[in-house]
Design a protein around this ligand. Structure first.
Ligand SMILES: Cc1cc2nc3c(=O)[nH]c(=O)nc-3n(C[C@H](O)[C@H](O)[C@H](O)COP(=O)(O)O)c2cc1C
Length: 198
């Protein structure tokens, strides 16, 4: 692992500018701003153009906020409680292909939803906001409380917010509050045959 956020190759600065903080300022987000991020997500590629992503959201200061906050595991709730919006990203398992009548599954709904999440996060970053995905939330509770049908899988929660004071974080998190690095690209790619060590 290198200790830098400097890319090894020439890429748009957007990709390294996005990172996942935990120190959020307690600000509200205008709905129109959030809609821009969903709009970016909407244009993600997907198998058959099935667009198997759905987003449920709650903004700070609305009636939905406490319900969404309550879905997070405690280790996420301690910091995400200062976010401006909480999103639950769902993937849908089945869809009816054009010209057909029976639903099928592509099996790639999670993969496609991940592409949508990435576009959401990058647009938020471009717009001066930060996002932080959280696998640590109660999926069973989300299904029950938010009325999510069986065919939809709660993939991840996402906190959206403006950068805040890291001093407000509990100590173990405060020390970790910095953009992380990445494995060297040489460990990630191989021309030709598989030759990765892990
Ligand atoms: C699907 C997914 C689940 C994650 N779950 C959590 C989580 O529950 N709590 C948390 O603090 N961070 C979580 N993260 C954030 C990752 O730890 C973070 O994206 C990773 O360390 C890379 O850092 P960066 O996003 O700042 O570049 C999650 C990220 C993803 C994509």
């Amino acid at each position: 692992m290198t200790h830098s956020r400097t890319p090894e190759h020439d890429i748009h600065p957007l990709f390294v500018a996005r990172w996942s903080p935990r120190a959020f300022a307690e600000v509200e987000i205008p709905e129109g701003e959030l809609l821009r991020f969903f709009e970016a997500a909407r244009w993600a590629p997907s198998s058959y153009n099935s667009q198997p992503w759905r987003f449920l959201y709650a903004r700070r200061g609305t009636e939905h906020w406490p319900t969404f906050l309550d879905l997070l595991m405690e280790f996420n709730r301690v910091w995400a409680s200062r976010a401006a919006a909480l999103v639950i990203l769902l993937s849908k398992a089945h869809f009816i292909p054009p010209g057909k009548t029976e639903p099928i599954t592509t099996g790639s709904q999670s993969f496609d939803a991940g592409a949508a999440w990435a576009q959401f996060a990058l647009q938020a970053s471009l717009s001066g906001w930060h996002t932080h995905a959280m696998g640590g939330f109660d999926r069973h509770k989300a299904r029950a409380v938010l009325g999510i049908p069986e065919d939809y899988h709660p993939e991840t929660a996402i906190a959206v917010g403006k950068l805040g004071d890291p001093g407000l974080l509990p100590e173990p998190l405060r020390a970790r509050e910095a953009p992380s690095s990445r494995r060297p690209i040489a460990e990630l790619i191989a021309e030709g045959r598989f030759r990765f060590r892990d």
